[in-house]
Design a protein around this ligand. Structure first.
Ligand SMILES: Cc1cc2nc3c(=O)[nH]c(=O)nc-3n(C[C@H](O)[C@H](O)[C@H](O)COP(=O)(O)OP(=O)(O)OC[C@H]3O[C@@H](n4cnc5c(N)ncnc54)[C@H](O)[C@@H]3O)c2cc1C
Length: 477
C-alpha cells in the first residue's frame, strides 16, 4: 500500500493531474469511464504497455433499478469499445466490483499507474482519491472544455455568476481547446480479457459476458449512433438560436447523453462548431450552452456541498408525500408538467424548457424540497449529470449560487401556450387530451372547471399556489 491502510479523503502524493509523470517502461492501466470512445481520447495518447479496463462499479449499480436504461446503454457501448479496441490490437478488460478493492488487487498484481479522465462530482473525487492510495492516479483533462479551475476571477476565486464566467471563458478560449489527442504507440499487457472479472471480498471469479452477470435486464434505447450525431445536428443547428425552446421542433442537438458518457469528445463538438461558423452559421448560442455545462461543473467542483445544501436562503420546501406522488406519476393535472414527466419516464429524456417548467412547478407551485425533484430526475434521466442536474434544480428553486430570483415563478399555462401553442407535445404524451382544443389545454380555469375523462383536475391553483410560495419565501428570508 502507498499510504496508511485507512485512506484519508485527501489526495495522496500519488494523485496527479498531469499525464507525463510515469516512465514509459511501467505497465499502465487505462481506466475508461466517462470517455467511451476511441477517437480523440487522452487515454489512447499514453504510450507504452497498457491494460485498458472498464469497471461496472457495484457502489453505483446497487442504487439502480434492474432495468435502468443507462446500464443497458453503457453495457452496449462497452462491448462496442472492446471490439473497437481489438481492431486496434488492444482489448478491454471488464471488471465488476468496488473500484477501490479492484485497485488494491491490481496493485498486488504488479501494476503501478492508472490513467483516467478527471471526474469531479463528490462520489467520483472521493473514489479516485482512495484509488490513488493503491495506484499512482493520473487524472487526464477530457470531459469539459476547460479544466475545473481554469476559468477563475483575476484574484483566483471561482466565478459565482454565469455571464462573467462566460466572458472570461471566451477570452481564455484558444485553438488548443480544440486539439484532438493523437494516438500513441501502445502494446497490450498480456493477460486474460475474457468474460467479466468479478471481485468481491477478495475473491475473483470470471462471469459470462452478459448483462445479467452484472444483475441487470436489457432495456436498450434506440438512439442515433454517436458517430452520426453531429451529421444529424448539422440540419438543425441553423434553427438552434430561434427554435431551441419550442417543443414541437427538433432544434436541439441531443448531445447531452454523448457528453455524459464521452461517446463524442467535447473537442470534436467544438471543431464541428468552428466548421459551421466558417459556413456562416450562428454558433454562439450553442457554444454558450456548452460553456454553461462547464460553469456548473466548476461550481460543483469548487463547492461540493451544493450537491445537497442551498447556497442562498434557508428555505427548503415543505415535505408533502401526496403532492410528490402526484407529480412523479404525471397526475398533477397541469398538462405540460404531466407531459414532461410522462416523456421522462417513458424515454429517459425531457426537453430543457420542460425541465425548467417542471422544476419551477415542483419547487414553487408545489413548494416541495428541490432535493426530492433532483433525485427523481436522477433516477430517470439518461443524460443525468450531477453538476447540471443539481445546479439546475437549485437555479429553479432560487437557492443556488447563481439562482433565478426566488420571486420569478413560471406560469406553466403561459409557458405551454408560448412554447407548445398547438399542444402537439402535450397531446403526444397525454392521449387523454387528444380531443381537447389547444386553447383549453393552456387555460387553467377551463381545466379546473371541466371534467376530462381519464385526466385529473389540477392539484393546485397556480395563482394561489405561487402567492403562497412568495409569502412563504419572504417570511424565510
Ligand atoms: C431541472 C433541470 C435538470 C437538468 N438536468 C440535466 C442533467 O442531468 N444532465 C444534463 O446534461 N443536462 C441537464 N439539464 C440541462 C439541459 O436541460 C440539458 O442539457 C438539455 O436538455 C440536453 O438536450 P440537448 O443535448 O439537446 O441540449 P442542447 O440545447 O443541444 O445543448 C447542448 C449541450 O449544452 C449543454 N447544456 C444545454 N443546456 C444546458 C443547461 N441549462 N445547463 C447545463 N448544460 C446545458 C448540454 O451538455 C447539452 O447537451 C437540466 C436542466 C434543468 C432545467
Amino acid at each position: 500500500m502507498r499510504t496508511a491502510s485507512n485512506p484519508q479523503l485527501v489526495p495522496s502524493s500519488n494523485y496527479n493531474t498531469s499525464s507525463d509523470t510515469a516512465p514509459m517502461t511501467q505497465k499502465k492501466i487505462l481506466w475508461f469511464r466517462r470517455d467511451l470512445r476511441i477517437e480523440d481520447n487522452p487515454l489512447l495518447s499514453i504510450g507504452g504497455e497498457v491494460m485498458p479496463i472498464f469497471i461496472f462499479d457495484t457502489e453505483i449499480l446497487k442504487t439502480l433499478h434492474p432495468q435502468d436504461r443507462r446500464v443497458s446503454f453503457i453495457y452496449a457501448r462497452v462491448l462496442w469499445l472492446k471490439d473497437a479496441l481489438r481492431q486496434k490490437g488492444l482489448d478491454l478488460k471488464l471488471y465488476l466490483g468496488n473500484p477501490i478493492e479492484i485497485a488494491a488487487l491490481l496493485e498486488q498484481e504488479g501494476f503501478d499507474d492508472v490513467y483516467a479522465s478527471g471526474d469531479y462530482d463528490a462520489y467520483a473525487k472521493e473514489r479516485d482519491i482512495k484509488v490513488s492510495h493503491s495506484l499512482d492516479f493520473h487524472a487526464l483533462h477530457d470531459t469539459y472544455i476547460f479544466k475545473p479551475e481554469e476559468v477563475r476571477k483575476d484574484d483566483g476565486s471561482p466565478y459565482l455568476v454565469f455571464t462573467p464566467f462566460y466572458n472570461k471563458a471566451k477570452t481564455l478560449f484558444t485553438p488548443k481547446h480544440l486539439q484532438a489527442y493523437p494516438f500513441a504507440q501502445q502494446s497490450l499487457y498480456e493477460t486474460s480479457y475474457e468474460g467479466i472479472t468479478h471481485i468481491a471480498a477478495g475473491q475473483k471469479t470470471v462471469l459470462p459476458l452478459d448483462i445479467s452477470s452484472i444483475g441487470f435486464e436489457p432495456n436498450f434505447i434506440v438512439t442515433i449512433a454517436p458517430e452520426r450525431k453531429l451529421e444529424h445536428f448539422e440540419t438543425a443547428i441553423t434553427d438552434y438560436a430561434k427554435a431551441r425552446d419550442y417543443l414541437g421542433t427538433d432544434a436541439t442537438s441531443h448531445l447531452s447523453l454523448d457528453l455524459r458518457f464521452g461517446t463524442i469528445s467535447v473537442r470534436a463538438i467544438l471543431r464541428f462548431l468552428v466548421e459551421q461558423k466558417k459556413k456562416g452559421v450562428e454558433t454562439e448560442p450553442f457554444f454558450r450552452q456548452l460553456v454553461f455545462r462547464d460553469f456548473y461543473a466548476s461550481l460543483l467542483f469548487s463547492y461540493p456541498d451544493l450537491a445537497t445544501h442551498n447556497h442562498k436562503y434557508r428555505f427548503n420546501g415543505i415535505e408533502d408525500v401526496s403532492k410528490f406522488k402526484a407529480f412523479c406519476e404525471a397526475k398533477a393535472g397541469v398538462p405540460v408538467v404531466d407531459a414532461g414527466i410522462t416523456e421522462l419516464i417513458n424515454t429517459g429524456n425531457m426537453h430543457n424548457r420542460v425541465r425548467m417548467i417542471c422544476a419551477s412547478f415542483f419547487t414553487k407551485d408545489l413548494l416541495l424540497p428541490w432535493q426530492w425533484g433532483e433525485r427523481f430526475f436522477a433516477q430517470h434521466l439518461l443524460d443525468y449529470d450531477a453538476a447540471s442536474n443539481i445546479l439546475s434544480w437549485q437555479w429553479s428553486a432560487g437557492t443556488g449560487i447563481d439562482p433565478q430570483p426566488y420571486f420569478r415563478i413560471f406560469n406553466p399555462y403561459l409557458q405551454s401556450k408560448k412554447f407548445d401553442k398547438e399542444a402537439q407535445y402535450i397531446k403526444k404524451w397525454i392521449p387523454q387530451l387528444q380531443a381537447i382544443e389547444a386553447k383549453h389545454i393552456h387555460d387553467e380555469t377551463y381545466l379546473l372547471s371541466h371534467t376530462i375523462e381519464g385526466y385529473p383536475k389540477p392539484i393546485v391553483n397556480h395563482k394561489e399556489a405561487s402567492n403562497y410560495a412568495l409569502a412563504y419565501y419572504k417570511k424565510q428570508l
